[in-house]
Ligand binder design. Structure first.
Ligand code: SF4
Ligand code: FES
Length: 338
């Protein structure tokens, strides 16, 4: 098979089912019923009922030509450029470095740019389920309306929510003619307030990371002497390979929030500082040059800090940088107990 034939064999029609959202006009917003949350009592901007009262949500399907080696980001860009400029998602580097494009793909948190179509396309998906349902967490209490074209919802229940019809053979998307790659479902990453379509508000996560003071704080007396001679290494902080290895992997975190989206405790960060902030803290706790280890451990040894972690380990499973987050949180717990 030559390269053209190979290219053709890997290409075909792909349907992407996207969970979309846009803010409702103020006149259509409703007051949510107050619910108690076992992990977070206070209502917040991430409360699912509050979210549902402020957003119109629907599921929209797009069918495009794609190659199974393309990324989901490529596919969404194709949709935006050729079918629907109103589709909204966030990205910057397209190479797994900026951490801005975390979403839920077939119920699994991941980066759009690092997710290949071929790894996710399935012959068929259940009919329009809510984000995370049946996978690892339900994040939306209202039932979403599935439709191939966006329309205003009608019916006696508050727009835009009404019960979705039971899935039937006829309600499944028709399979396009020709080479068929399959269906992929994309939803906003859970754990954060939705702003529009696939864009969520990650401010809370960045505030929490900032809270752990993610910068080197060496002791003043241990400051190395400065020298203008580049060969004079006394002006540098020297570390052994083992000292570097203790935190090197942790410094690869790109603050993408995928671990927060995977964590069933995080849920908006009201009651848990979250795995990303703990990775940031751990990076400096394990740095031999840092002199504030005890202060750092004190700051996270609380009910909202390391004690909130239930060791589910979902964070580790989905981290796109391969960080063993659960292991590093456990190392913080052990260090705090010493
Ligand atoms: S620890 Fe991994 S999943 Fe969590 S924010 Fe950092 S890179 Fe993303
Ligand atoms: S676009 Fe930067 S990490 Fe995906």
């Amino acid at each position: 098979m030559n390269s053209k034939q190979q290219q053709a064999a890997n290409s075909g029609r792909l349907t992407i089912r996207i969970h979309r959202a846009k803010p409702l006009p103020a006149s259509q917003q409703t007051q949510p019923e107050r619910r108690s949350n076992p992990f977070a009592e206070a209502a917040s901007s991430n409360n699912t009922a509050l979210q549902a009262s402020k957003l119109k949500r629907w599921v929209q399907e797009y069918t495009i030509d794609a190659n199974e080696h393309d990324s989901l980001l490529d596919a969404l860009l194709t949709i935006k450029r050729s079918q629907d400029p109103s589709l909204t998602f966030r990205y910057a580097c397209a190479h797994g470095m900026c951490g801005s494009d975390g979403v839920l793909i077939n119920g699994q948190p991941a980066l759009l740019c690092k997710s290949k179509i071929g790894s996710y396309a399935k012959p068929a998906l259940p009919h329009a389920r809510s984000a995370g349902e049946g996978s690892f967490r339900r994040t939306v209490q209202a039932t979403l309306i599935s439709q191939s074209q966006p329309t205003e919802a009608t019916g006696s229940m508050p727009a835009p929510y009404r019960p979705a019809p039971a899935p039937t053979e006829a309600s499944q998307s028709p399979q396009p003619e020709g080479n068929w790659l399959g269906v992929i479902e994309v939803a906003p990453i859970p754990g954060f307030p939705i702003l529009r379509d696939l864009i969520v508000d990650t401010d809370t996560m960045f505030r929490q990371i900032k809270q752990v003071e993610p910068y080197l704080q060496p002791s003043q007396s241990a400051q190395p002497a400065q020298s203008s001679d580049p060969a004079d290494l006394s002006g540098e902080y020297l570390q052994t390979p083992a000292q570097l290895q203790a935190y090197e992997a942790l410094s690869n975190c790109i603050a993408c929030g995928v671990c927060e989206g995977a964590c069933p405790i995080y849920a908006g960060g009201e009651a848990f500082i979250g795995p990303a902030a703990l990775v940031a803290a751990s990076r400096f706790v394990h740095d031999s040059r840092d002199a504030h280890t005890l202060n750092r451990l004190d700051a996270i040894d609380s009910a909202e800090g390391i004690r909130a972690c239930q060791a589910v380990r979902a964070c580790t499973r989905y981290c796109p940088r391969g960080i063993d987050i659960a292991d590093t949180i456990w190392s913080l717990v052990q260090a705090a107990r010493r």
